[in-house]
Design a binder for this molecule. Sequence first.
Ligand SMILES: Cc1ncc(COP(=O)(O)O)c(C=O)c1O
Length: 363
Amino acid sequence: MLDLQKITQAHVDAYKDAVNRVIESGWFLQGKENQQFEADYAKYIGTDHCVAVANGLDALYLLMRGYKELGIMHDGDEIIVPANTYIATIIAITRNNLVPVLVEPTWENLEIDVNKVEEAITPRTKGVMIVHLYGRVAYNDSLGAICKKHGLKLMEDCAQSHGCAWKGVKTGALGDAAAHSFYPGKNLGAFGDAGAVTTNDAALAEVIRALANYGSQKKYVFKYVGMNSRMSEVDAAVLDVKLNYLDEDNKRRQELADYYYARITNPLIQLPQRIADENNVYHQFPIFCERRDELQTFLAEHGIQTLIHYPIPPHQQECYKDWNARSYPITERIHAQELSIPMNQILSTAEAQEVVRWLNAFT
Ligand SMILES: Cc1ncc(COP(=O)(O)O)c(C=O)c1O
């Protein structure tokens, strides 16, 4: 599925130079490397601000915590969020004492059903958190219009969408603020945990920067009850190198996706719809099969690794017991049928051919 050793080898000298520069500087936190990466990533995404933090979950948490400190969100306010997301999106909402309002995705797009967003709005709704899952875009013009009409903050979870865009605007710059993860397996991955918030909102960026530094804007003076969520200088230096290769890597993923779309012909397997106006960066390549578990075993027997994203939806998790009796049929169907097949920038065409061969051989 993902050979991080091989992926790292592709530009290993550049990473060594970057890490050596940090070692020689003797400066490991809150230094020039963070400043440079923040400037370069903000430019890449197309926002005025980027605040580097320790991981994607913190980025999500700090984004909404920032809105709370600014008096824009309060305990008990509702945040609309897709029912089919990685648990971190939901944790960030509940840990802020906000209430996630789970909205079904569409089966065709796998992203939040924009037609259902407006019905989910109540007087307590303060924001919509979209998740660009699998590298697909979750935004469209009507979603932007709904948020504007109702005065809601449009927030993006970009953990899986580095480089993804809608009509040329990058995810991370489509709404009011966005959280990014640089977990090693992401399209833009660090050498450990790392994350960031991007926004054009200077006040929000300033609060988040303070919150991530114990709540301090001035040494030993604490304005907020903050946390320690900073990106290491090593990670910032490495990410700044990797950013140079992101578009090229995503292009290779798109070539492989074209290859899969043209050649996976097994009627037992369904491929997700391709969306006009989107620059899908294929963080994962999800396929769907009613006999998903049998298919996974069959592929494994023929040397093809796959992963399920994700086996249990958030509302059925033990940590959210109160929601376990709820029903979200489309979400549940996605979780029951989804299988992610190999997709990454170093996958060779010969390897993709093997994947296709065994997918088409499944009866
Ligand atoms: C959709 C989504 N949101 C948030 C996260 C959390 O990011 P992190 O692992 O950096 O905390 C992840 C992945 O890990 C994710 O896939």
